[in-house]
Write a protein that binds this ligand. Structure first.
Ligand code: TRP
Ligand code: SF4
Length: 405
């Protein structure tokens, strides 16, 4: 797909809390997905530092240090400032303004019902999360998404409810503020601006959808609107809204783009996670990679080399499923169950694969570590580009809400 043509109707946004250096779980679970998306869509990837404050408000020093480490890893993994806008949330204050304005129309019950609200309070019992900021954090996420009018939001399963909330907020916003007086007349006037032929096509498609529920016609009409270079943003929104009835669509509803749960196992076979201490970080030294993998536990039944094992009981096998092709996997199954290979032999192809995977990342990271001003300027430029888009949305939102002073 051509990025330029898809860019107008497909915008991807995702955020990550600054957790410091990333590990293989992040790489296989999230970053590789971002790398693929950045070539296909207009992408916005940001560091959610305000989100981190909702739970780390009493320990905020760690957030600042974590930002640089995390962005270095994004860049080292191949997230490219030429393809995606990379920035820090707090450098785009428009997120906060939209959050505030959306808070006016957000029923408390909607926030209280978000599953992560109670779950996280239970899970992080040692923290006092009975705060206003914590309750409102999913709405801040809605603002993050809606301010760029993102159409797709790559998230894990645990975040789908937040995208769902965002859709409800957008719908409510459009319902309350999208009904300008004389909407029909201004939509009709906007249609005329596309020229006679296109206006006629638009009307026919609109009728097919509204009278016969023809969804293909709806899609064709949307594509027609996307291809109009000479109508204003406001007119385009009017025409989008007019297609489906209602009013102007100021904030479009985003779709979650479900990232398959990371199957990356940690060194102990549990999910790879910093809190389990079972990670290989993306900038791990070759020696440490070697040592960590050599020390990895294996099937506990294989005490001696002559004891046969069972890959199903071995965390190393989980890694073969990620890194090895079928022939190596067959070699493992055969060699393990017949005690034909030792566990260190079995680990050798994994060690080699991880070394090969991480060497270029480590090398690229070094450039950013040596000169911290590169990351700084990438983030600065990213924030400026993001703000240009965010400001456009805010102008419309303010106007729709009657803040024209
Ligand atoms: N809440 C997300 C998390 O904790 C991070 C995040 C913040 C985000 N804003 C977002 C993700 C917007 C996607 C879109 O992981
Ligand atoms: Fe695990 Fe491989 Fe040893 Fe079998 S041979 S127990 S799969 S490390």
């Amino acid at each position: 797909m051509n990025k330029l043509t898809s860019a107008t109707n497909s915008r991807v946004l995702s955020g990550m809390r600054p957790t410091g250096q990333l590990h293989l779980g992040h790489y296989h679970g999230v970053l590789k997905n971002w790398l693929a998306l950045q070539h296909e869509y207009e992408c916005f990837f940001f560091v959610a530092d305000w989100h981190a404050l909702t739970t780390e408000y009493d320990n905020s020093g760690v957030i600042q240090d974590s930002i640089n480490d995390m962005v270095v890893d994004w860049l080292a993994a191949g997230v490219s400032p030429r393809s995606a806008k990379i920035f820090v949330q707090s450098q785009v204050p428009e997120h906060a303004e939209l959050h505030l304005l959306l808070s006016m129309i957000t029923p408390l019950g909607w926030l209280e019902r978000v599953p992560t609200y109670k779950d996280q309070q239970e899970k992080l019992k040692e923290k006092d999360l009975a705060t206003y900021g914590f309750l409102g954090y999913p709405l801040l996420q809605s603002a993050d998404i809606l301010i760029y009018r993102a159409t797709q939001v790559p998230v894990g399963e645990d975040q789908v409810a937040h995208v769902e909330l965002t859709r409800e907020i957008a719908r409510r916003f459009n319902h309350i503020y999208g009904r300008e007086p004389g909407f029909e007349e201004s939509a009709e006037a906007a249609a005329k601006k596309m020229g006679k032929k296109n206006a006629k096509l638009y009307h026919n498609l609109r009728r097919s959808f509204q009278e016969q529920g023809d969804h293909e016609a709806l899609e064709t009409a949307k594509a027609l609107l996307e291809s109009q270079g000479n109508i204003t943003l406001g007119d385009r929104e009017r025409l989008f809204g007019y297609l489906e009835g209602g009013g102007k669509i100021i904030l479009p509803e985003p779709q979650p783009l479900l990232t398959p749960a990371s199957k990356m196992p940690g060194l102990d076979g549990q999910k790879m996670s910093k809190s389990y201490g079972n990670t290989i970080s993306l900038r791990e030294s070759p020696e440490a990679i070697d040592e960590k993998l050599r020390k990895m536990p294996t099937d506990t039944n294989r005490v001696r080399l002559t004891d046969p094992g069972d890959p199903a009981r071995c965390p190393v096998w989980q890694l073969h499923k990620i890194y090895s092709d079928e022939s190596v996997q067959n070699w493992v199954k055969e060699g393990c169950t017949s005690a034909g290979i030792g566990c260190l032999d079995c680990k050798a192809p994994i060690i080699e694969a991880v070394q090969k995977e991480l060497a270029p990342l480590r090398e690229r990271a070094q450039e950013f570590i040596d000169d911290p001003s590169i990351v700084k300027s990438i983030l600065k430029e990213g924030a400026e580009e993001a703000r240009t888009v965010a400001r456009e949305t805010m102008t419309e939102v303010r106007q729709a809400m009657g803040l024209k002073f």
